[in-house]
Design a protein around this ligand. Structure first.
Ligand code: MSP
Length: 536
């Protein structure tokens, strides 16, 4: 059998000392849906998420908790793995930057950088934000202070916290040498940054000139030592970005490691938030260029989730102090995990910032899931079980070639859906699936199988109608599976088609006519009980 092509997709590795929240969960589900879709399309998928565990911030937090940094980071991992399990995240790797293979990989990076002549020792004198783990220039700080009316206070332009003055010996990465090469790369790969409008921001930043980057620190210990200068530990972003390559086999000298790296690298897509686009679209490609390694194909940057104030209609930044922060568990309690995934993926446009609200969650859940998808499945399976002795109808050989409005809607549906899915345009893909689901619900009204069932002379017609409905459900279950994997498996199981659930040929699975007639059908409990919180 021919080897499947690799599809390697990643989320950012999250700072270990902040519990997973709606924003990090959003990013992780975005990547998960893509991973599931690609597996169904026949790719050999590697899906990475993980945690970013070094840096001053972590060292300080560990001290404050009277623990060693290792004890502290170890204690924080379960909150990530538990949340991702709950949200049905199908990652193949959970990358920790404290893992021995990553430490080895970072050492290898340093050696390669030195051999290539892209690092040098100097001294750093400037501002640093421990919270953002980011350096700022005098000018950036002055501008931010001026804009905020906080002159002379030296606050972080990103998070507003007090900056730390750093004056120490440091290794530098010659980022300044990559301006032309980066610009040429963007020209040759206009779809490197997605959505396209974010490319302008990246380009403008690079055109403005790049400064060498301080990539080691000496004033704390919690980091990966520079292999040839052990007073220094690696700057946390220099360490963290490399995780994507480590997990592919970078720095692993074994035959297995080399083969894995050759197969997996470069990654196809790094999914990131818009706030960390420069790290991924400027620094990371420059690091790879410096050591002569191929660059990832795409960086997909999503916007930020905000909260829609249901009284004023305004989109507000989510924060604990405003009292509008929503936790993943709050949404799971309301919508269930599958409803959660469907709402965020089908209703929040990933490219731009998206305002969420409980009211909208309820609306989308009721309209798409309770009233449409859930209702279609329950009515159809109920009727089928009732009219055909607990089974689907026996189907005549030519049934799938006969005229049917549902067959018309299903025609070419995979192609339309797949184009959107591949481009992370999940809400468009969801609309395509909903067209079939809506058409099937209308078809029930138009053909009235409950009336046909009363007339023994119309038994063939009834079998045909029910076959069409079950077929539309089978295909919809496949197409909704990346969003709601458990529901799709449940639906296919109720129709005795569960053997199709893990398909790696989604296109073939969506061809009209795949339904096998006469198999047991069970109605089961409502998949999505209607929500009625407003009237409570
Ligand atoms: N550790 C770095 C990433 C290193 S990757 C080599 C980091 N970690 S983080 O824990 O701060 O994760 C941030 C991720 O969560 C970013 O992609 C960010 O965009 C996302 N979000 C944080 N708040 C968010 C929202 N309110 N909405 C959507 N995503 C947001 O940065």
């Amino acid at each position: 059998m021919a080897q499947k092509p690799s599809y390697y997709v990643t989320t950012p590795i999250y700072y270990v000392n902040a519990a997973p929240h709606l924003g990090t969960a959003y990013c992780t589900i975005l990547a998960d849906v893509q991973a599931r879709f690609r597996r169904a399309c026949g790719y050999d998928v590697k899906f990475l998420t993980g945690t970013d565990e070094h840096g001053e911030k972590v060292e300080l937090a560990a001290k404050a908790h009277d623990m060693t940094p290792t004890q502290w980071v170890d204690s924080l991992i379960p909150q990530f793995t538990d949340t991702w399990d709950k949200l049905e995240i199908s990652n193949d790797v959970f990358m920790r930057t404290t893992s021995p293979e990553h430490v080895r990989s970072v050492s290898h990076l340093w050696e390669r950088m030195r051999d290539a002549g892209y690092i040098y020792k100097g001294s750093y004198d400037g501002w640093y934000c421990v919270h953002e783990e980011t350096y700022y220039t005098e000018t950036q700080v002055a501008h931010a202070d001026e804009a905020a009316g906080t002159q002379g206070q030296h606050l972080c332009p990103e998070c507003g916290r007090a900056l730390e003055r750093v004056e120490e010996e440091s290794w530098f990465f010659k980022l300044s040498e990559f301006q032309d090469r980066l610009l040429a790369f963007y020209d040759e790969h206009p779809d490197f940054v997605q959505p396209a409008f974010r490319m302008n921001e990246v380009r403008t930043f690079v055109e403005g000139g790049l400064k060498d980057l301080s990539v080691s620190r000496t004033s704390f210990d919690w980091g990966i030592p520079v292999p040839f200068d052990d007073k220094h530990v690696t700057y946390v972003w220099f360490d963290a970005l490399l995780n994507y390559a480590t997990a592919a086999g970078f720095g692993d000298p074994s035959e297995e490691g080399k083969a894995s790296y050759a197969f997996r690298w470069p990654a196809q897509t790094h999914v990131v938030g818009k706030d960390i686009i420069r790290f991924h679209c400027v620094i990371w490609p420059a690091m790879l260029m410096a050591i002569g390694e191929p660059l990832p194909e795409h960086v997909f940057a999503h916007g930020f989730l905000t909260v829609r104030n249901e009284e004023t209609g305004a989109a507000e930044k989510m924060s604990k102090s405003r009292g509008n922060a929503i936790a993943p568990s709050d949404v799971i309690d309301l919508l269930g995990v599958e409803g959660y995934r469907w709402y965020f993926m089908s209703d929040v446009e990933p490219g731009t910032d998206g305002a969420i609200s409980y009211g909208r969650m309820e609306q989308v859940y009721n309209a798409d899931l309770a009233n449409s998808w859930g209702n279609l499945v329950s009515r159809t399976l109920n009727m089928s079980a009732k009219y055909f002795g607990g089974c689907g109808p026996e189907l005549p050989q030519d049934w799938a070639t006969r005229e049917s409005p549902l067959r018309d809607v299903a025609e070419g549906i995979y192609e339309r859906y797949a184009e959107h899915m591949g481009a992370f345009a999940y809400s468009e893909a969801a609309k395509v699936v909903m067209e079939l689901i809506h058409a099937a619900n209308h078809y029930i009204e138009d053909t009235a199988p409950f009336s046909l069932a009363k007339d023994p002379e119309r038994a063939d017609e009834l079998a045909f109608v029910m076959g069409n409905l079950l077929e539309a459900i089978r295909i919809s279950a496949h197409l909704t599976a990346p969003f709601m994997p458990a529901t799709s498996l449940e639906v296919l199981t109720r129709m005795s088609h569960e053997d199709e659930a893990d398909t790696d040929d989604l296109k073939a699975a969506c061809v009209w006519g795949g339904l096998r007639g006469g198999l047991p059908v069970t109605k089961g409990a409502a998949l999505f009980p209607r929500l009625d919180t407003k009237s409570k």
